[in-house]
Design a protein around this ligand. Sequence first.
Ligand SMILES: Nc1ncnc2c1ncn2[C@@H]1O[C@H](COP(=O)(O)OP(=O)(O)O)[C@@H](O)[C@H]1O
Ligand SMILES: [Mg+2]
Length: 329
Amino acid sequence: MNAPLLQINGLHVAYKVYGTRHHVLNGISISVEKGEKVGIIGESGCGKTTTLKSVLRILPSNALIEGGEILYDSKNVLKMDGNELRKLRRTKVSMIFQDPTAALNPVFKIGEQLFDIIRAKYEDGGRSLTSKEIREEAEMLIRQVMLPEPERILSSYPFQLSGGMRQRVMIAMALASASELLLADEPTTNLDVTIQDQILRLIDRIVNEKKLSIVLVSHALGAVRKMVNRVYVMYAGTIVEEGRTRDVFENPLHPYTKMLLASAPKLTGEGISEGIPGRIPDYSSPPPGCRFHPRCPSATPACRFKEPKMVEVEPNHRVACYLYSMRGE
Ligand SMILES: Nc1ncnc2c1ncn2[C@@H]1O[C@H](COP(=O)(O)OP(=O)(O)O)[C@@H](O)[C@H]1O
Ligand SMILES: [Mg+2]
């Protein structure tokens, strides 16, 4: 079998805050095959964005990668030099951010920003395009995200567009450079509910058409369920469960997964989310053992001492919880 397109092995990331280290990512491992669609779910603050930003090496300056490796096409991203990283970002992997205002520069027109990305991508591939070719490609991308009147969009400034339009523009920009892997970080969180579904369907369609791989982080669990092949459940910087989407949603194993799925607003729109009692731990002194034990209704003394290892409970369905492995293992 070929190596996965992306393989994160035992990644540890901390943030330095006033001289104290906050140990956020606690040795996570995630893999994505070529053409595979993978989801990451978990409450806010669990480390999902940190994970995605690590892949592109765009973590904030107070972040420290303390251990592990990130292999892209078998090459360690953490050891890439500036040139290799630039190539990775321009031609292979791109990210759709939660907040489009963070990705769009307010002082340049959409067209100028998109043209730059397209130009850079071709230059990296050893080709230079004429301005006309660049414009044509930009218009094609704008049409692909189903925005009307590409010329008008290209000559607009970000503030002249609605939130939904900006999000589409950002998807177009991500598509301009992603030829293999799209990292979508809550791509619809800031949008009106009526547009959320449209945007996710659009992303899904494009991923299918272009045969991209995607890592989708979203609180819209119904959409995640429909869209991805495999899902990772993340709690406080640890992967607590992973498996095929159907297995995880229909037969969640980890107490955290069970509570997370139960706390999501019902897919029908009825019922009110209860939330999970308690809160994410303080990362400057995370609880020993299983990080979820202080909130876990099934916790036993063993859970406080040693972190449970991942065990495979059914084919390709793994969980890190002593309920499924020998106590104290
Ligand atoms: N630059 C930073 N400095 C300090 N702490 C940070 C920084 N960025 C994120 N964090 C903290 O790291 C934890 C994980 O954050 P994040 O990766 O954004 O989680 P998620 O995307 O799952 O909501 C949170 O507790 C957050 O406050
Ligand atoms: Mg986030």
